[in-house]
Design a protein around this ligand. Structure first.
Ligand SMILES: C[S@@+](CC[C@H](N)C(=O)[O-])C[C@H]1O[C@@H](n2cnc3c(N)ncnc32)[C@H](O)[C@@H]1O
Length: 272
């Protein structure tokens, strides 16, 4: 066993799993290969110490490693850009049964790292995908990730509020899917978020106004004219939202399906 690593591990007292994740990311090797090496490069050891120190201040690991994961994607990330959550992965499985050839135009509102956008691009190979965000940093990160997965021909990213990218009028009645994991946390819950989330992630990615529905209501109301004849809106939502969403949008749409996440709480809505 490498003594230096064992000492660092003891000193910073991080969870075994987390420490192993840090070292395997820094060395880009399997754990056993790292532990078995007698001598390790000084610069990498320094990097590990640095990360362990910051981890003690609760800076989320993806920001320290500049890496995040979503399904089978390894994505670049920077501090301040929303960290993809495992729960959101289910949104992609909900779309598996959709007819891949009929879906021609998709918009992903609030791309963040580009996780959903890229997964959609890989799933709906014949569709043009537009992604928008009001965070320039998120768009910069998403652009890098779209390039990494060679999807620049299929995915167009815009710095825009919701649907209002240049020439948006050309997309009236066009989107077969309007997809979004919008900011949906209400005021009371936002105050209670853990320090690691509140201090390091962008408030604009999380906070959905007093009742959490500010952006969701806008997507439902303003999205109506962008939706194709058989188009669907797929949203990640808060478990307290379904009735409010139904009450708000029942005059605009006829079908409301609410779906549980793996934790058995309602987490998604499919509206058409
Ligand atoms: C919860 S994050 C979701 C990121 C990513 N899609 C995911 O699922 O991990 C919400 C994103 O929406 C963006 N956003 C917030 N308000 C927006 C608006 N009015 N128009 C476009 N994007 C917005 C935020 O900057 C943030 O990147």
């Amino acid at each position: 066993m490498n003594k230096e690593l064992l000492l660092i591990k003891k000193r910073y007292n991080l969870k075994e799993e987390e420490f192993n994740f840090i070292i395997s990311s820094v060395f880009d090797k399997k754990i056993y290969q790292i532990y078995l090496s007698e001598k390790l490069p000084k610069n990498k050891i320094k990097k590990i110490i640095n990360i362990c120190k910051k981890r003690k201040d609760e800076i989320p690991l993806p920001y320290l490693l500049k890496k995040s994961y979503f399904l089978d994607l390894e994505l670049f990330i920077e501090k301040g850009v929303f960290i993809p959550r495992a729960e959101t992965e289910l949104m992609i499985s909900l779309l598996e049964d959709f007819n891949k050839r009929k879906i021609k135009y998709i918009i992903d509102i609030g791309v963040g790292t580009g996780n959903l956008t890229i997964a959609l691009g890989k799933m709906f190979k014949e569709a043009l995908i537009i992604g928008t965000d009001i965070s320039k940093r998120a768009l910069r990160v998403a652009k890098k990730n779209v390039e990494k997965y060679s999807l620049t021909n299929q995915i167009k990213l815009y710095y825009a509020d919701l649907f209002y990218f240049p020439n948006y009028q050309e997309y009236f009645n066009k989107f077969d899917l309007i997809v979004s994991n919008p900011p949906y946390i209400n005021k009371k819950d936002y105050e209670k978020l853990p320090k690691a989330v509140k201090d390091y992630e962008d408030k604009r990615a999380l906070y959905g106004g007093e009742d959490g529905l500010l952006i969701i209501k806008r997507i439902l109301k303003e999205g109506k004219k962008f939706l194709s004849k058989n188009g669907k809106i797929i949203l990640e939502i808060d478990s307290h939202h379904p009735i409010k969403i139904y009450e708000y949008a029942k005059e605009l749409y006829t079908s409301f399906i609410f779906i549980n996440s793996l934790t058995k709480k309602i987490r998604f809505a499919i509206i058409s």
